[in-house]
Write a protein that binds this ligand. Sequence first.
Ligand code: HEM
Length: 490
Amino acid sequence: MIQLEALWSNPKFLAAGLVLLATVAQTLYGKRKRAAERRAPMVSHLIPWVGSALEIGGDPDAFFVRAQRKYGDVFAMKAFGRVVTYVVSPSLISEIYRNAQKYDFDHIRIVMSIDCFDIPASLMKSDITSKILYPSQHKYLSSTGVVPIVEAYTTAVWELLETEGSRLEGASTTLLDFVLPVLYQASAYAFFGRSCPVAESYKPFHDFDSTFHLLLAGVPRVLLRKNVHGLATLHRLFGKYFDGPHEDASEFVLEAERVMRSHGYGSETIGAYFISMLFALMANAPNAGYWLIVLNLQREGGLQPLTEEIDQAVASWKQQNTRQKIEDHLHEFASTAVLPLLTSTIQETLRYAASVMSIRRVTEPVEFGGYRFDTDDEIVCMTRSVHLDEEIHENASEYDPRRYLTERKPTKNGKIVTNHSMVWGGGVSMCEGRHFATRELKAFMIFLLMRYTLEIDPKSAERPTFMSERMGAGVMHPRGDLRVILHARK
Ligand code: HEM
């Protein structure tokens, strides 16, 4: 009792108690006010500006499951001073994707391009971007338009697998140091040609990317030194690249460059514009390639089922093309080979390893999911919640490469869920690079397994886990790595 009295007379304790009391009172008041105004419920938090950021960062998947159980399919959350409403049900997500008028992405795209990539506002807000550059990107990345880029990538990845693979053959190597540089370099060559500053941009790109999720979450840039320095170096490198010879870049890059130059923009701005493309290109697919190997190597049988499927496709191609060498027809082979297990494995790897979200801005007061939203409210479609929904995906927490081989249609509440797997996002912001990315991963796996066997180094117990705090920033990075031994196949 005496101790308690002593505590109460301690000014620090008293102040802490008052702050706590004020926070609880404010939370209760806020909760009532939101309910009275028919606003989506707010996930409770203790620290005012930080909000739920720390709790989400710990284990986002568990956090979202708890929040959905407690608040339903729509709930608001505060993190780093910003209030955002999350939507976690497939039907509501699809309603948002369908209605680009009420739930706008254009404004968000412009703000992100300016704030995250330092692309000059004069370019991003001009008609040149919306009326010429974006439609041109759409054309060159479409299923048919992207073929020349895929062809260039195919040649590059085949060559790189040969040189890198033979360099590392027989020795224990960290998988990240093998996979990421190969995929980075091959896709950089395909888009930007061989004069692309691959080696110099590799580290600054990863410095920029390593804290990109914090930038997305609203952490001020002054706190993200690595990110800022990485971006500044990329700007310098790409400005210089556009100043120098680069005739072997893809027509996609060259056409956009011509457009920008004809409107008076110089190499620096053109470089800045393409850094956002470099990011789209490198932030997800190389990590997906990494998980494709890691997740399968750790299963019984390892990569053998995929290798067998590819071997059969090679044998069948050779049977039909007796006088030809497959090395002379790499693109044709990789693009036509029917490999259902590999296709399912790629899709499952993305379901399992990608944490993807789409942000939208409300353009007019609207009723949605039973709640009221005002102009400029931000809504996030949290597709990972759908990917991990046990009712939609049987044993969702397990990695099953054969998952997408089945004809069974996923359901929820007795209804078929067509948008059960939204790894490319959806609606107007759906990933433009998906046609390239799926072919990129397919060709990479085919060529890798045609040439090499991989085994986990038995001397190393280290296993990578997902950096799950990169919530919403795409395919998760690994924490830790896997040591593997490569052997050339006879
Ligand atoms: C496995 C690899 C990839 C995944 C999982 C992925 C996923 C995504 C997602 C989720 C979005 C945003 C969707 C939204 O906001 O609704 C997106 C946007 C985008 N992605 Fe990808 N992506 C991948 C690879 C690529 C590649 C290789 C490229 C380039 C060739 C690319 C180009 C783009 C572009 C340009 C956008 C922006 C679309 C827009 O602003 O409307 N992506 N991607």
